[in-house]
Write a protein that binds this ligand. Structure first.
Ligand SMILES: [Zn+2]
Length: 143
């Protein structure tokens, strides 16, 4: 019986260590997701600019086949405005400095029964923090 009591103690200690590693793993996964969002938005900002300069741009269906990225001009109650240059800054929750506001635009759902178009405003700060500010969707194009 003494042996089983010892196994129980060791098992609880082992589980506690494993749970702390699991928590650390979850934190690392969140860090990776945040880094991916930051990288996608910075690379995407450049790619959207290139697509808009292309001669076929007037026929180009923004947000249909790529997530498009812009600077954000304004965030209103129902809408998020885009800009081709930095216009708006918001406080970063990670370091309290001012970070430029970017936005993404995409067709987030495509079906014969109805589409969904989504705009999301967020900050990307020098401290490495991605912070979503507002997301809005509707069943037809914004841009
Ligand atoms: Zn920051």
């Amino acid at each position: 019986m003494v042996r089983l009591a010892q196994i129980l103690i060791e098992s609880r200690a082992k589980m506690s260590i494993a749970k702390s590693h699991l928590k650390r793993l979850d934190d690392l996964k969140k860090d990776i997701e945040e880094c991916e969002k930051i990288q996608e938005s910075i690379v995407g900002l450049k790619k959207t600019k290139e697509r808009m300069k292309h001669p076929s741009f007037p026929d180009y269906d923004l947000g249909k086949s790529h997530i498009e990225y812009f600077y954000c001009k304004n965030i209103d109650k129902d809408d998020i405005g885009h800009s081709d240059r930095p216009k708006l800054k918001k406080d970063c929750p990670g370091c309290d400095s001012q970070a430029p506001v970017l936005m993404s635009y995409e067709q987030s759902y495509d079906s014969p029964d109805g589409d969904k178009w989504t705009k999301t405003a967020f900050t990307v700060c020098e401290c490495g923090k991605y912070n979503e500010l507002k997301s809005t969707s509707r069943n037809h194009r914004f841009l």
